[in-house]
Write a protein that binds this ligand. Structure first.
Ligand code: PLP
Length: 416
């Protein structure tokens, strides 16, 4: 489904006019479609139905409680990268036995929190981390279920900042050393060898790197299954790419499933997946209001009330986001959509043919459901935006806009 469509020249979020949401909740405003999130989760689950699959939504991608709760109600688990995310997932209704904990830098505190919650799995990125989980588990009298994250050294053909499965990336352990590291794990107290993990990158638009990586790790899994009776899970990570540009072909679940199922099925393991962007990326837009239109010598600058602190993907990853008018207009202008922040990197679009808008008109930045609010900051002392969820004709505030009080909370001026 497409969550954002025009009806009689007006942009709707499901069945709600976006202009009405902007009026009621103010701008900048993130708007999410609950139906889109649910349908994308279901489409992936359906495509993978031939194997026992647990889809652990990657919470870092959009950590709003309403988003997590929507997925939890569908039976999703959660992939978390901090205790903050772990507690968010639990609070939004994800059972601990569906939670995986990823990341190269887990602290002792985080490991202990996760052990106390008795989460399903730690995806482990180094030998030192194995030792730390073991020590924490021994201290607590708990068991840490572990999956070593192996780096299969495949090129996911994505932006270099979001490629994670090549040997020069910091993530995982060399696949050639994997068996040796599992042996180390087997010798440590408090650990259970539960599975193997990979995550080769993000915004991957072809099934081929998945198939290539899955084939590489499958061989290792066969050996691990022979050696360790508790070995039962293969986590193939996230990374499914979505359409940011109209001419882009997204990777769809049936194509992914067709490429990986022939490799995964014979393993007879529980398959874990950690999608994020695929589920929420195009479920959201950022609604902004035009403050000024300024004509430069070679182009127009459309200055809006949203900024890089709300959505940093364009300057951070040279990411493309489509820009749309909330009220359709046939006229276009050439120029940039920029925010008020004091940085030349504060832009949503550069050198584009844009809808011709005037002061006080509304624009939307598309594909703002993933890595948008969750990467937002208070730079320039800008309060973070509000978030709204739409479901059919219903809409509800799912996070309040920050206030000035929120901005200065916890700040102190020393008496000297
Ligand atoms: C970020 C991340 C994901 C989610 O990636 P998407 O590209 O958004 O699907 C999944 N697993 C791990 C380990 C991650 O770091």
């Amino acid at each position: 489904m497409d969550a954002f469509t025009y009806q009689k020249g007006e942009l709707y979020a499901e069945n709600v006019p976006v202009a009405k949401l902007a009026e009621q909740y103010g701008t900048p405003l993130f708007v999410y479609s609950r139906t889109y999130i649910r349908d994308h989760f279901r489409a992936l689950a359906r495509a993978m139905a031939e194997v026992d699959t647990l889809i652990c939504y990657a919470v870092k991608v959009n950590s709003n409680a309403a988003v997590i709760a929507t997925l939890a109600a569908e039976g999703a688990g959660a992939d978390v990268v901090s205790s903050g995310e772990l507690l968010r997932a639990r609070r939004a209704g994800v059972p601990a036995d569906k939670i995986t904990f990823a990341g190269v830098g887990k602290t002792e505190d985080e490991i202990e929190t996760a052990l106390r919650e008795n989460i399903l799995l730690f995806t482990v990125e180094s030998e030192q981390e194995l030792e730390r989980i073991s020590a924490c588990a021994a201290r607590l009298g708990a068991t840490g279920r572990v999956a070593i994250r192996v780096n299969p050294d495949v090129d996911p053909k994505t932006h270099k900042y979001i490629s994670t499965g090549k040997k020069e990336n910091k993530f995982g352990v060399d696949i050639l050393r994997a068996l040796q590291i599992y042996e180390r794990a087997a010798a440590l107290p408090g650990l259970e060898i539960a599975g193997l993990h990979m995550h080769i990158g993000s915004q991957i638009l072809s099934a081929q790197p998945y198939a290539e990586a899955a084939a590489k790790v499958a061989e290792v899994c066969v050996e691990l299954k022979k050696r360790y009776p508790t070995f039962r899970m293969l986590d193939i990570g996230g990374g499914i790419g979505i359409r940011y540009r109209p001419d882009q072909e997204p990777l769809l679940p049936p194509a992914l499933a067709e490429a990986v199922l022939p490799i995964l099925k014979p393993l007879k393991l529980k398959i874990l997946m950690e999608p994020g962007r695929f589920i929420v990326g195009n479920a959201g837009v950022l609604v902004v209001r035009v403050q000024y239109v300024k004509n430069g010598p070679s182009k127009q600058f459309v200055i809006v009330d949203g900024a890089m602190n709300d959505l940093i993907r364009p300057p951070l990853y040279q990411a493309h986001h489509e820009i749309g008018a909330v009220r359709e207009t046939p006229e276009t202008v050439f120029g940039d959509v920029v925010g008020p922040v004091c940085e030349s990197g504060d832009f949503f679009a550069l050198d584009r043919h844009l809808p011709a808008v005037r002061q006080d008109d509304l624009l939307v930045v598309h594909s703002a459901g993933a890595y948008a609010y969750s990467m937002a900051s208070n730079y320039n002392s800008r309060p973070r935006a509000a978030e709204v969820m739409v479901c059919g004709a219903r809409h509800e505030l799912v996070r309040e806009r920050e206030s000035f009080e929120d901005l200065v909370r916890g700040e102190r001026i020393p008496i000297w």
